[in-house]
Design a protein around this ligand. Sequence first.
Ligand code: SF4
Length: 58
Amino acid sequence: MDKCKNPNIHCTVEQCRHNLCSEHFCTLDMVEIGTHEQNPTMKECVDCDSFEKRESCC
Ligand code: SF4
């Protein structure tokens, strides 16, 4: 299945099934961003909650 990149969402997380690895863009129309911290203070506190583990290599 060919997936189209969303040119507005650049992402280098190749382990995610939504990533178009050849170009490092997300293929979703939108993503959910969240945090696992009570009081986020740095970028490491922020997550893409739309991440889904890729089952096969890209
Ligand atoms: S869902 Fe999130 S982690 Fe996955 S490719 Fe899109 S932006 Fe990257």
